[in-house]
Design a protein around this ligand. Structure first.
Ligand SMILES: [Zn+2]
Length: 109
């Protein structure tokens, strides 16, 4: 299948549906040629527009499920480096140091 084209601002932020100001399709002889998207980036506040080959366009890229993460969290995680092995070792060591009462406290709402 064709790859979905995500719309990214020049600052790197991925544009979602709520940042889209205008969206349209350019037709030629009843055949869609391009999708047009005009947006205002929520991160850098700049206006931008993209023209996407219609064959590469999938409107669902604007409606990716957000899951539990906020947009800010998603951006922050995207900028982070990969988790390194020594960080995993530190985490496991930290979990091992936990006492039963620490674990019980985690269950409290
Ligand atoms: Zn931006």
């Amino acid at each position: 299948m064709s790859a979905k084209v995500a719309i990214r601002c020049s600052c790197g932020h991925r544009i979602s549906a709520k940042e889209v100001l205008r969206h349209g399709i350019f037709m030629h002889r009843y055949r869609p040629l391009y999708a047009y998207v005009r947006y205002r980036c929520a991160r850098c506040k700049r206006l931008g527009e993209k023209l996407i080959d219609y064959d590469m366009w999938d409107q669902s890229v604007l409606h990716q499920p957000s899951g539990e993460l906020t947009e800010e969290e998603r951006d922050r995680f995207a900028r982070m480096d990969e988790i390194q092995p020594d960080e995993v070792i530190q985490f496991v060591a930290g979990v091992r140091r936990l006492k039963m009462r620490d674990l019980a406290a985690l269950r409290k709402p």
